[in-house]
Design a protein around this ligand. Structure first.
Ligand code: SAH
Ligand code: SF4
Length: 357
């Protein structure tokens, strides 16, 4: 059993069965989230017998870090090997004082977007709550805690934009984000957490009904249904109008400004008519449009538009009053940029680096 799969209540119940007070759960969480414990034996303010019982019943870690890549721009990428040999990747991004982690929710993805490395081989399975929390913990621990004269770097933002479709795995993601938000957990405000989705209206409605305060980023990639069906095959059953309606409802309930994402593919969806159509679609929404110039994926035929073409696309939108931002590419040298995360098929690396510090 993975300790990180347990809710607070479940851990307290386990403790109660062993005649331990509920506050032990808080102590354990502090060791994990604040004190960077790597083993139950590290939790020195717990009775030794309890530490032994924890070690007998639970695994603290179920993943191994099979590779750790560092880009000169400060981006770091971890390749995780899961208990069943599957692999996922997650990323730490540095931008000014911002420290953002980008986490995965599935092994692969079933949505099949034609420009995305993650979707190339379909989905294998959902990640568990514990596997999602473990990514967050391990990425957060890449940040130096601050010793001597070296200042600490603090995790400030979480984006759920790694491998997989987060809204297809809400049952695991929501409790994991609960840990991220909790004061005893990572203490990250929901305003600094963004969920990026291909746009599943029923699942967006579920977020609205729950009253969550996360930022929602909806991947559009096309301003008409016909083009979207080609680029985002899952869209065959989902009309743009239904996605926008669900997103609008989320905005009404959460008060969080919506973001729409649009991957720019040269000569595919970056024509002037695409920009005009997109401007009409977003008019009056007060949303932010995040343009993502295509990041190269080996084996795929797409091209990144030239800067001149991109500027023209942006100008058309801005003339219509759309708020446009272009996402800066990060971690491209280590294939950690948007859409470049993939599971490595074939041989599983034999050396699994244990977590240190
Ligand atoms: N499944 C979710 C979240 C993961 S993808 C979603 O699709 O929103 C995160 C973002 O990366 C999405 O906007 C996605 O369209 C974008 N992306 C995928 N492949 C890309 C590529 N090759 N270049 C640039 N962005 C890409
Ligand atoms: Fe899945 Fe998102 Fe990639 Fe599409 S872009 S295949 S939804 S991970």
């Amino acid at each position: 059993m993975h300790l990180l799969d347990l809710s607070d209540g479940q851990l307290e119940a386990w403790l109660a069965e062993r005649d331990q007070p509920a506050f032990r759960a808080r102590q354990i969480r502090r060791w994990l989230f604040a004190s960077r414990a790597t083993d139950f034996a590290d939790m020195t303010d717990l009775p030794a017998g309890l530490r032994d019982q924890l070690a007998a019943d639970f695994r603290l870690w179920t993943t191994g870090v099979a590779a750790h890549h560092v880009d000169p721009d400060g981006t770091e990428k971890l390749l995780f090997e899961l208990a069943d040999g599957q692999q996922i990747e997650s990323v730490l991004l540095r931008d000014g004082t911002r420290r953002t982690i980008c986490i995965s929710t599935q092994v692969g993805c079933a949505m099949g977007c034609v420009f995305c490395a993650t979707g190339l081989d379909g989905v294998v399975r959902n990640l568990t709550r514990g596997e999602i929390v473990e990514q967050m913990l391990r990425l957060a621990r890449l940040l130096p805690p601050g010793e001597g004269h070296a200042p600490a770097e603090r995790l400030s933002h979480i984006v759920v934009m790694g491998m997989g479709e987060p809204l297809a795995n809400l049952d695991a993601l929501l409790p994991a984000l609960g840990e991220a938000e909790s004061k005893d957990g990572l203490g990250i405000s929901p305003r600094r957490i963004t969920i990026s989705t291909v746009g599943l209206p029923a699942a967006i409605d579920r977020l609205s009904d729950l009253g969550t305060k996360y930022n929602l980023a909806v991947s559009l990639h096309a301003a008409d249904d016909e083009l979207r069906e080609r680029l985002v095959p899952v869209g065959k059953k989902i009309a743009l109008a239904d996605i926008l309606a669900a997103a609008d409802r989320y905005f009404d309930v959460s008060g969080r400004r919506l973001t729409f994402e649009y991957v720019l593919l040269a000569e595919v969806n970056d024509r002037e008519e695409d920009a005009r159509r997109l401007a009409r679609l977003l008019a009056g929404r007060g949303a932010l449009l995040n343009l993502i110039p295509y990041n190269a994926v080996a084996g795929l035929p797409y091209q990144t538009p030239s800067e001149a073409r991109t500027r023209k696309f942006i100008a058309i939108l801005e003339r219509q009053g759309v708020n446009v931002q272009t996402r800066r590419r990060k971690g491209a040298k280590i294939d950690a940029a948007c859409g470049q995360l993939r599971r490595i098929k074939g041989e599983v690396p034999s050396t699994v680096v244990p977590l240190s510090g």
